[in-house]
Ligand binder design. Sequence first.
Ligand code: DGJ
Length: 739
Amino acid sequence: MSAMITVSENLIFSLTSKNFSYVFRVSAEGLIEHLYYGGPLQNPEHVSIHHQRTQRETSSVFEGHQHLNLSGMPQEFPSFGTSDYRFPALHGRNADGNTIFSLQYKKHKIVKEKPRLKKLPSARGGDSETLVVTLEDTLHKLEVELFYTIYADYGVLVRSAKFKNKSDVEIQLQHAFSSALDLPPAEYEVLHLHGTWAREFNEERIAMPKGRFVIESARGTSSAAHNPFIAVMQKGATEDYGRVYGTTLIYSGNFALSLETGEFEDVRLLAGINPFSFHWRLKPGKKFCTPEALHVYADKGLRSMSHLWHDFIREKISPPKFKNKARPTYLNTWEAAYFDVDETKVLHLANKAVEVGVDMLVLDDGWFEGRRDDTSSLGDWRADKARFPSGIPSLAARVKAKGLKFGIWFEPEMVNPDSQLFKDHPEWVIQVPGRKPSLGRNQLTLDLSRSEVVDYLYGQIDDILSCGDVDYVKWDMNRNMTEVGSGGLSRNRQREVSHRYMLGLYNLLERLTTTYPDVLFENCASGGNRFDLGMLSYMPQGWISDMCDPIGRLDIINGASYLYPLDVTAAYIGPSPNHQNGRKTSIQTRFLAGVFCAARGISLNETDIDAYKDDLVHFMDLAKSTAQDMVGGRFDRLIKNQNEVCWQYTSRDEQTVYIAYFHILSAPNLPFRRARLMGLDPKSDYILVDDGISYRGDALMQNGLPLPYVTTSHVSDEVRYMDKGDFSSHLFTFKKTAS
Ligand code: DGJ
């Protein structure tokens, strides 16, 4: 079925796409009433109106309309105070000084070309339709346009809102959510991803609480504390069973995903900018655009939800230039040398990179003027003269002369107080008068709400990239914001700073990625502290976590995969014992934990590279030979329990199926386990490359693949074994044969 938006004579709006219908109407009172969101309907406009207009005890009746109590009515964009007591999508202060807004339907239109947001990243259109419904508070002359985009081939609904002040007095916006979704009463569960540095993307699954449950950020970054993703699920949903509503945002700053079970047990989801840290003064004639919120509906459990996200993110969010492009393998200097980098060492590491067969040398932190540890120099993006006397362009050229690509690290948004930039421009940091700014990693955040700061950063980065020999940029950001304020804005606009910062950052990224379309940008924020679709709109890949111990990383990758396709992630083989948690693991397990990421590499010193050279040659060769398969394919979570993880990755052409299996702690006399594979052609044979044995697709899916056995003793020659001991891993590669 192709994407279709229809509007009936009595103003029922029906949006039907690949795998969902979404229906709302203009009620007799002129309000926008939500009717349905779920599996596709043949006649969506005939959906029953499940809101029963019955006067409830103690309820207020909306503006004198018989039986209409907004606390029990599902709405598309609710405001507060006219008989609805739930958390609203719109809230603010009007010219009279009160907070009561009431939005009525005014008009609508359907457009074929999806409008792009002017200063914010937005999902691309193409084969899509967009419905724009205009609402108005006629008393205060606040107009709100609601945007709904659906696609023929993608099961994602994109929503945003645009506020326009049509009065001649200022209106103050406090809640300006992107989207509101009122779901009918049911037994729901909630899935979300929480964490901290080096422990990002932990999944938590809870029963939908009564009252309000919010995941949010007020740190100036979307943050690792809660990734901007939430799924509301039918109770008991599994990987392949149950209705699931997933939501995320194309935004990298302070966000909120709020769930509220109302008194009549409807569930309200609000998605958008966090109202806690936001207040926008909308002058007469001015507009305010929210970031886009994305919703998916999946009726076959979490696996189908993830596939909807993955396909959409690749096609409509990630920079198209890198779509389905194999990524270079790389050697990153960070865990090889930390700040102790100089020209000689980098060139030696480049030689090692050539020896083990990687494609790219990445010079991480430590290369710029005076940067010998994390106490100084951020902001001064000139090569350190003592350690890099010939400068970055010359180094890049020499690295490239060895047949490698060259990549470099920046942390553009930051400044150390001990830097020339801070001496020259102390006013350029996020700060408030009269308070000493709190430092994070000895650094301050530059005030990207100021256009002169954005211009300065553009110039600094352009100076390096314009040499033409930089193939890759790792864009880092290592602190959250505190004492948020800007000397560039008036007193009464200080609560706009966090959002204006994001607009400045997006502007900088837009300009740089437009000028350097062939440079591969990698998003990083102490790992996954700003891993979101806002950043991934500009950057084809991201450093998902600083946790490079493979066992620590399994949970992180598994959690992230609910939303993100792994071809927007990167991973490397780091040292053992691991520098984050001290665990010792084999090179194989270190490689396999990241095997399904798009970009694979190593970050080891010369001694380790020499010591493990044969293994590294083998795994970098494997990384290169599988690089094309690791973009655009299908990822499935097969097993995830306390002690085992098993993932499947099917190449885009469906000709190769990889199974990675991890066994965490060894134990005697374990059961023989199987993994039931997913999405194979039941009638085709799949040959296991290791031993040439052929398996039928249906048998692999129904009966399963016998997994290798972890034991200290030999059980039988029929059994396939893992390495003995803890933290073992195995990779199967199947090739499909003609059916
Ligand atoms: C944090 C990043 O996550 C690391 O990979 C590394 O680039 C350091 N910053 C450098 O300071």
